[in-house]
Design a binder for this molecule. Structure first.
Ligand code: SF4
Ligand code: SF4
Length: 244
């Protein structure tokens, strides 16, 4: 694995610790909120649209650029940047991040990179790297922590849990065998994972049908629980793509 890593990526064992802290006192404060490609996970969108009290469709229209290129399996949703000469994030302000309690997982996680893989028994295997960028002065801070301590400190557990729950779809063996969604499948992927409020409506209206009756948790999803709804979205896509 190490040979394939870019130069500024340092492998990190779960027991290793690293010096890093980010706070308004660092000289580079908010520098990393500019000129970046910020890919959003479905859970990032769920948290942000709820914070802004927006319908998911409105959030996608206003803040997200959906990109897909030939050869790519699923589309990527990028947070739009402002055309201010510095390509700043739409949510950055002089005092910091205006959506801080619900900022995306990538913003919380930096400089810790986490790779997750589903084992055959359904458990998750994690690997960590430290991403060192020269402009980031947070590495000069004295605070030391292990990856797990950093994950807790940044309240990343809910993000990791939600992202890992999508792995049965993203790492499905049929994808390794060459499955690629058609155009309608790409739209269904965005609907079920990113446009949750629309997906809820379509399930409730009967425009989307499930291959087995909804259980208690899934009914809860229809009643307003977005995290459960995301699970229902994964289940529907597994049904559509892989007849599961
Ligand atoms: S969401 Fe917040 S932390 Fe993330 S890039 Fe934008 S301003 Fe920075
Ligand atoms: S560049 Fe590093 S230390 Fe500076 S604000 Fe961003 S994450 Fe924090």
């Amino acid at each position: 694995m190490n040979e394939q890593l870019p130069e500024n990526f340092q492998p990190l064992h779960s027991r290793d610790n690293f010096c890093f802290s980010c706070h308004p006192g660092v000289p580079c404060f908010t520098e990393c909120c500019r000129e970046l490609d910020l890919a959003l996970t479905p859970y990032d969108v769920l948290r942000l649209k709820n914070r802004l009290q927006m319908h998911s469709g409105t959030f996608l229209e206003k803040y997200v650029l959906i990109a897909w290129e030939e050869g790519q399996i699923f589309p990527t949703c990028y947070l739009t940047m402002v055309d201010d000469g510095r390509a700043s994030c739409v949510f950055v302000e002089p005092t910091g991040c205006s959506v801080y309690p619900d900022r995306p997982g990538a913003c919380r996680s930096y400089p810790l990179g986490r790779g997750a893989r589903r084992r055959r028994d359904g458990s998750t295997e994690e690997q960590f790297v430290l991403v060192k960028e020269t402009h980031c002065r947070g590495f000069e801070e004295a605070r030391r922590q292990t990856p797990q301590e950093y994950i807790i400190d940044q309240e990343l557990e809910a993000y990791n849990r939600a992202n890992d729950a999508i792995m049965p779809l993203l790492q499905h063996k049929r994808i390794q065998q060459g499955f690629r969604p058609d155009r309608a499948g790409l739209d269904q992927f965005i609907l079920a994972l990113y446009n949750l409020d629309m997906f809820r409506q379509e399930v409730a209206d009967g425009r989307i049908s499930m291959n087995r009756p909804l259980n208690a948790m899934e009914l809860q999803a229809l009643a307003g629980d977005d995290e459960e709804l995301l699970q229902l979205g994964v289940r529907w896509l597994l049904q559509k793509f892989f007849s599961e």
